[in-house]
Design a protein around this ligand. Sequence first.
Ligand SMILES: *Cc1c(COP(=O)(O)O)cnc(C)c1O
Length: 221
Amino acid sequence: MTIEASIHHIEQQLAGQAALIAVTKTKPVNLLQEAYDAGCRHFGENRVQEMAEKQPQLPGDVRWHQIGHLQTNKVKYIAPFVSLIESVDSLKLLEEINRQARKYNRVIDCLLQVYIADEETKFGLLPEEVIDLLQSPVLDELPNIRITGLMGIATNTDDDAQIRQEFKSLKQLFDALRPVERPNVSLRELSMGMSSDYLIAVEEGSTMVRVGSAIFGSRSV
Ligand SMILES: *Cc1c(COP(=O)(O)O)cnc(C)c1O
């Protein structure tokens, strides 16, 4: 299938229930432009330098999502333009995002990445840590960030029941935390689902799927 056909196919499956984030990491800008021409406006990258290089080469209405682990010393490279940082896993990182966003007079939307998988991945907050972070008094000192939801990555497995259970547990946490009221917290987005599991994710309440290989083909790296 062409990029355009894949995007239309996925959009049809999503049926407006979830936004499609085209994951463009490792792909050259001409393929991003193809996705743009097919109607995509949300692009996800996992490496800061790569996103910062691609951003000026695409139309200005692209919404850039940082989906990979973000080191505090790299926030400055994407702070002028990034739309959503999906991989926030510490208060320290939020403080740095706030500091950089303030320089550009922006408010940067962020998702807290929650650790839901049953594997040794290094990043993400435990549910208890998410709860603690959302109660932290420090948030009151961060007017240039807004926490708009949660993100999670399911285990890389063929066991659909396990994947579904992980998404269910993230949705439960999301629903439990939605009532949290703070000036810079408004939980609306639940980013879950990738090429192999986005249909399950949408059934379990995802509002945002991050799809790479199902659009662009497999990555060699
Ligand atoms: C690479 C990546 C994706 C997309 O993976 P595909 O399997 O190619 O759809 C989604 N989310 C994150 C965080 C990623 O790093």
